[in-house]
Design a protein around this ligand. Structure first.
Ligand SMILES: [Fe+2]
Ligand SMILES: [Fe+2]
Length: 158
């Protein structure tokens, strides 16, 4: 039995998150699927920004521009998640969910076409091992915020 590719595992996370958002949209009375999807999506963004994208950009300069676009989109997605969490079951929930689903559709497709296919080739066995371990059991560190949603400080080099 071969090991599943990183690309396949990451795509499955996209699908699971999409399914949670769709379940909430179909039945907004139950907030649990959405709460789970929001947690999973924040963790997914964390692992992309901390474990995957920097290594892709280092290994292949041509990937730095698409990585930059993904980081900017993460900040937009992050703001939508914050808005959804402020409004649990609120009247804006369904509209925010539609916005999130449409944003993810485009974002995920770009990652799946351009970035994920390079992950298995570019990551060292050690880096791939760290990413796989995180995918299995890792948790989003308390208070972590995606790179481009952080307040700009004077000495921020980004
Ligand atoms: Fe992403
Ligand atoms: Fe992703």
């Amino acid at each position: 039995m071969g090991t599943e590719s990183l690309a396949a595992v990451l795509e499955r996370e996209h699908q699971e998150i999409d399914a949670g958002i769709a379940a909430f949209s179909a039945s907004p009375g139950d907030p649990q699927p959405l709460a789970r999807a929001i947690r999973a999506l924040r963790r997914h963004i964390y692992l992309e920004e901390e474990f995957l994208f920097p290594l892709l950009g280092e290994a292949e300069p041509a990937l730095r521009a698409p990585v930059f676009v993904m980081l900017r989109e993460h900040a937009q997605i992050w703001a939508l998640l914050d808005a959804l969490e402020r409004e649990p079951g609120g009247s804006a929930g369904p509209a925010l969910c539609r916005q999130l689903a449409s944003q993810l559709l485009h974002h995920n497709l770009k990652e799946e076409r351009v970035l994920y296919p390079r992950a298995d080739d570019v990551l060292s066995p050690a880096a791939a091992g760290r990413l796989r371990a995180f995918l299995g059991t890792g948790e989003l560190p308390e208070g972590w915020v995606c790179v481009k949603a952080r307040p700009v400080t004077r000495d921020a080099g980004r």
